[in-house]
Design a protein. Structure first.
Length: 337
């Protein structure tokens, strides 16, 4: 199938390109490189020995979207392009709504103009908000606690309305839990531009000597060791969920949300210990109060994805930390080597 991947030069997008190509799909990327570098696509080309068509531009721009749609004629779209920093979203709400909601709207208009009927959307478990029960299933109430989460839920609602109103269309809403890890080649991985917001890239930068110590945000949660619990998922498993979703969209109509997680959760302390096993040296930590907006625990019920997409996560915790370490140690400065 011809698959347009918006934000394909990013962390999850680049891993997904490789999985799509491995399954024989033709891929095309639209990215504005606001949080990525074109070097990513060179590496993807090298690893796959395949062709990656790419366009540089903003997903909110109808002119570039029309060009992509007319030149590449996608049969399906995977929509990764967006902004994802929770803290920044509180400071710049209009920017987040503009990119995450406006970008989705512009994309759907462009798809309609050429009759492209299938879309896979990068949503987030953050749409659920404070757990009423755990693990979250897809029927759990949605009550996002940040502008970022609101923007994802708004985009989900727009996609749901579109799929209902437009005959023959399918919108697969993938609610990711916490993506971590890197491709086994250690050639592509997560490369945060500034100080990492997320746990795993921060630990990796401590391990490689770029940061002094990990700040543990809160050790007084109601969890076994007092630190936050999350459902971490290997990025290659997550990438494969998109391939499964492409096949599902081809055979279905309407909109459907799916949790994409492992169903297992680990604490901050578990992650530090696992990373120490992977890199063979201690990770220095320091204590700090809880981070504003954090919840104690998140965990996916991923049974719908197993039953309907035929997808389950295959990589365990040690694969997640070992692949992160392999990537970080081979590329201490990310793609700027
Ligand atoms: P990323 O920042 O690495 O990738 C996003 C890509 O989109 C980047 O290459 C960036 O340059 C591009 N982009 C951003 N704005 C754009 C625009 N206006 N036009 C064109 N391209 C644009 O992030 P990621 O971790 O790969 O996340 C991909 C998607 O998954 C995002 O939508 C994110 O919200 C969602 N998501 C990520 C996580 C996570 O923890 N990484 C969790 C849940 C959901
Ligand atoms: N943590 C630390 N120190 C750090 C960073 C994180 O102790 O330097 C802790 C957090 O307090 C939390 C856990 O590590 O307990 C995970 O934090 P992350 O920032 O890695 O991940 P979050 O669960 O907060 O958020 C991530 C994405 C969001 C997404 C959410 C959905 O960043 O975009 O998962 O599950 F919405």
């Amino acid at each position: 199938m011809r698959v347009l991947v918006t934000g394909g030069a990013g962390y999850i997008g680049s891993h997904t390109l490789l999985e799509l190509m491995a399954q024989g799909h033709d891929v095309c990327v639209l990215d504005n490189y606001s949080n990525a570098t074109p070097e990513v696509l060179n590496r993807v080309r090298g690893l796959s020995n395949g062709n990656v068509t790419d366009f540089t531009g903003d997903v909110r721009d109808p002119a570039i979207l029309n060009r992509v749609m007319q030149d590449f004629r996608p049969e399906a779209v995977i929509h990764f392009a967006g902004l994802k920093a929770v803290g920044e979203s509180e400071e710049k709400p209009l920017l987040y709504y503009d990119v995450n909601v406006g970008g989705t709207l512009a994309l759907l208009h462009a798809m309609d103009r050429v009759g492209c009927k299938n879309i896979i959307f990068s949503s987030s478990a953050t749409v659920y908000g404070e757990p009423v029960y755990l693990p979250y299933d897809e029927a759990h109430p949605t009550a996002p606690m940040s502008v970022y989460g609101q923007s994802k839920l708004m985009a989900e609602n727009i996609l749901t309305n579109w799929a209902k109103a437009t005959a023959g269309t399918s919108a697969v809403l993938l609610r990711y839990f916490n993506p971590v890890g890197a491709h086994h080649s250690a050639k592509i991985g997560e490369d945060p531009k500034d100080i990492p917001n997320n746990l795993m890239p921060f630990i990796a930068q401590v391990a490689v000597g770029k940061r002094d110590a990990l700040t543990v945000f809160g050790e007084d949660y109601d969890t076994p060791d007092g630190t936050g619990l999350r459902d971490y998922i290997h990025v290659v498993d997550l990438a494969r969920a998109h391939v499964a979703a492409i096949n599902y969209a081809d055979k279905s109509t309407g909109a459907r949300p799916f949790n994409i997680g492992t169903g297992q959760s680990y604490s901050v302390r578990d992650m530090v210990a696992a990373f120490e096993r992977a890199c063979g040296s201690p990770i220095k930590t320091k204590q700090a109060p809880r981070r504003a907006g954090d919840i104690a625990a998140m965990q996916a019920d991923a049974s719908r994805a197993a039953a309907e997409l035929g997808w389950t996560a295959e990589h365990g915790l040690d694969d997640m930390t070992a692949s992160t370490w392999a990537w970080q140690s081979a590329n201490p400065n990310g793609y700027d080597n």
